[in-house]
Design a protein around this ligand. Structure first.
Ligand code: GAL
Length: 414
């Protein structure tokens, strides 16, 4: 190399180095705006800031992320994609197909992601052999959260062993003057409840056939009608002000002792912890009765968009930070989820977290791990939204149980 070329190379390296020290930043779009969610995200933000990377926070409120996805579409069509976007399942694949996501293969190979990330997640993190997203957690939706004190006052002394016992317990709590089931009337929340009810009612094979394989026989089956009958049963335990309520407000009703139960993914635990409540002492967690042994999962991943110049180095650091083993423990302890790597010890997790990790490993081994319909891991958004519509209309009394079954069959056709 001539002196001249070496000089230019050195000068540009220094310019680049200077720029890195001062200007490295990431813009992250997400919908983690509740107290528990924000606390978890802070772990990541601080981690990056320690590395000298500025964090531009772009929150778009709305549980389940529908509003965030609308905002991202606008950003990408305007040609100004953010560095990273919190994203679920098939939404990642949809963006990857449009060839707008970054190639993370170098960082993934360096940190051995292929070995440590479960295949069920890799299905969404990779597209055509290329890593396009970094998974930060694994949540699951078939959970119930309950206030211990409320249960004691209502005379409920043990965990329900099956669906009918659960209904009896809800009834006791209601009769004791509490809101039995804290619920937020938003389509994604109704479908979150539906995930657990379907899994419990029909078992994992039914769930897989109906919502992943879209098998018309399963979709139109008597089992499906039973699922809707059970949704109708639950509807009676919801208070009159449920419409439009945010999920974390519903969790707050359980936390404060106004309500007995919430059926919600394990991000609800983040709210209990944020309110300084202790599992086993103040609240209990259990799988939707009848669904123990199977798991409806969703994994929050950060889909990385194609960016230019300095932004690429910062993006790679963000990806590496998300997959860091220590970070995955620290983050998920606060978030309520479990790590997206198989090699993170459970030592730092509370009892609900330990149970979540055990259940996930067992379901993975037994092939009883299925993607959440509510959270974009069963079918792409076009079909998911059609299911949302049916389930929410049914919950709001616009369709009876039988008509809902028919509507599910049409919805599956897209
Ligand atoms: C889910 C997401 C969770 C949690 C929840 C409520 O879709 O996976 O991390 O944020 O929405 O906002």
């Amino acid at each position: 190399m001539s002196f001249k070329i070496a000089g230019i190379a050195m000068a540009s390296l220094m310019a680049c180095g200077g720029a890195i020290a001062q200007n490295q930043s990431v813009e992250v779009v997400h919908w983690w705006t509740s107290g528990g969610e924000a606390a978890a995200l802070n772990v990541l933000k601080q981690n990056l800031e320690k590395q000298g990377i500025a964090w531009k926070d772009s929150p778009i409120a709305g549980g389940g992320g529908e509003q965030a996805m609308t905002a991202v579409r606008a950003r990408v069509s305007a040609g100004i994609p953010p560095t990273a976007v919190q994203m679920l399942g098939y939404d990642i694949t949809d963006w990857a197909k449009q060839n707008v996501l970054a190639d993370l293969n170098a960082v993934a190979a360096h940190d051995n992601w292929d070995k440590v990330v479960p295949l069920a997640l890799q299905k969404f993190s990779k597209y055509n052999g290329k890593w396009v997203a970094a998974p930060v957690n694994v949540h699951s939706t078939n959970w119930v959260w309950a206030n211990k004190d409320v249960l004691a006052k209502a005379g409920v002394t043990k965990e329900p062993a099956n669906w009918d016992q659960f209904i009896d317990d809800l009834d006791k709590v209601q009769k004791a003057g509490f809101v039995a089931l804290a619920h937020g009337g938003q389509p994604w929340q109704e479908v979150t409840v539906f995930d657990g009810v379907a899994l419990s009612t029909g078992g994992v094979d039914f769930y897989r056939k109906a919502f992943i394989e879209l098998d018309p026989k399963a979709l139109g089956s008597p089992t499906m009608e039973k699922v809707f009958q059970r949704m109708s049963q639950l509807r009676k335990f919801v208070d009159k002000d449920f419409s439009g309520r945010d999920w974390n407000v519903a969790a707050g009703m359980v936390i404060s002792g106004k309500a007995g139960y919430e059926i919600m993914g394990d991000w609800a635990k983040g709210e209990f912890l944020n309110a300084k409540k202790v599992p086993g002492k103040d609240f209990v967690c259990f799988r939707v009765p009848g669904s123990q042994g199977s798991v409806t999962f969703n994994s929050d991943q950060f889909a990385m968009f194609q960016v230019k110049g300095d932004k690429i180095a910062a993006q790679n650091k963000l990806a590496a930070a998300i997959m860091d083993k220590g970070f995955q423990s620290a983050f998920n302890v606060v978030k309520g989820s479990v790590p997206a790597r198989t090699d993170v010890p459970d030592a730092a997790f509370d009892d609900c977290g330990k149970k979540g990790m055990r259940d996930l490993a067992e379901a993975n081994k037994n092939n009883t791990l299925v993607g959440s319909l509510a959270h974009g891991h069963a079918v792409p958004a076009s079909i998911k939204n059609a299911f949302y519509d049916v389930i929410t209309r049914h919950f709001n009394g616009q369709l009876d149980d039988k008509k809902a079954v028919q509507a599910m069959m049409s919805a599956a056709k897209g």
